[in-house]
Design a protein around this ligand. Sequence first.
Ligand SMILES: *Cc1c(COP(=O)(O)O)cnc(C)c1O
Length: 444
Amino acid sequence: MIEQRRILTTAIPGPKSQELQQRKLASVSTGVSTGLPIYVEAGAGGILRDVDGNQLIDFGSGIAVTTVGNGNQRVIDAVSKQIADFTHTCFMVTPYEEYVQVCEELDKRTPGDHEKRSALFNSGAEAVENAVKVARHFTGKDGIVAFDHAYHGRTNLTLAMTAKNMPYKHKFGPFASELYRVPMAYPYRWPGGPEHCEAEAFNYITDQIHAQIGEENTAAVIIEPIQGEGGFIVPPPGFLPALAQWCRDKGILFIADEVQSGFCRSGDWFAVDHEQVVPDIVVTAKGIAGGMPLSGITGRADIMDTIHPGGLGGTYGGNPVACAAALASIETMEEDDLCGRAKAIEAILYERLGRIAEKYEQVGEVRGRGAMIAMELVTDRESKEPAAALTGAINKACHERGLVTLTCGTLGNVFRFLPPLTIGDDLLHEGMDILEEAFSVAAG
Ligand SMILES: *Cc1c(COP(=O)(O)O)cnc(C)c1O
């Protein structure tokens, strides 16, 4: 286990990382860019160690994936054992228990106590695609509704659902058809003001679906209960329950994309749990398997079991090593109460970010839940002009000081915090000290 301490031995990135970056430029497509090009050699808990011996504090978890932390002993043991036992058979050819166990866990832990069934895949985008396939097959309808600021992946179908042009969609079309976009209930930027956001957004969205698509042509509404890449946008209380109920009344499936917000990240097993919303289908990935590639869809049994045998699957979906990692990760979340830990992290981050917000006018809003917290930066609170350059400058200053941070937002002006839930309080505070310093350097 790497000592849980930040250590800077060179400038960031150090000489060995720079050398590797040169090799990267000569061998890897420019399309695959690197946010912070320190080359990682080892990681554990809240620390990443690079090839130059620097130890950086991790506030990104590889984009909300290493929820249980790198170097998690349960995951190491489970994966090691599984690799020794066997690494692949293809579940569709000769099945194995681990796949069934992960589906049992998903069926049990996703919202609602109704009968459920699951299917496993490799990536978030692949799972989203399969949720769309299932919804269309079950309803016999084509229309899929997604939101402004949505991110659902980078495959052709999921790009049609993703809202942001640069860098995701730019010149990669044409995109799949029968995908419709409606405004997101985004309180901070709702034209009528945050207090009217819930009712106005609900009315606007349902009117638009009625008028422009027709409920009888709409298979599903898919939403991230807390939007991820789009800027950690949390819809106002009441919005998700109202929308889910409206969908139920109209025979439209309500799909929650919990790829980023699921598995304790938001302080509950799933972000929809905060308002007791029960989706028809839940999409999971990222934090589910301690860094191994695994995703899933879990839905009402009557929906999932209408699909003909062989209709869902894939060579690697629910790989046994990834399943073993998922079972160890879920056990860690349960045994170590990582949902509780996410709430404790939320309290620390809100307290520290609140202090920064008192000092700097550029903090427009601090929002989010659990260990999924962000601040939206603006030039000033009156105009709410997005401050993307400042966001980038603070990010860079954090990187130089050995803190791995991420930005997000359709307008590039949101600073997000996604630490592993196993990070210690001392590293959280140290990271926040660095952020304060980065703020004073970049914002003056
Ligand atoms: C990351 C993400 C995806 C896509 O997952 P990949 O594993 O990168 O394909 C889909 N939906 C949400 C909400 C995500 O955050």
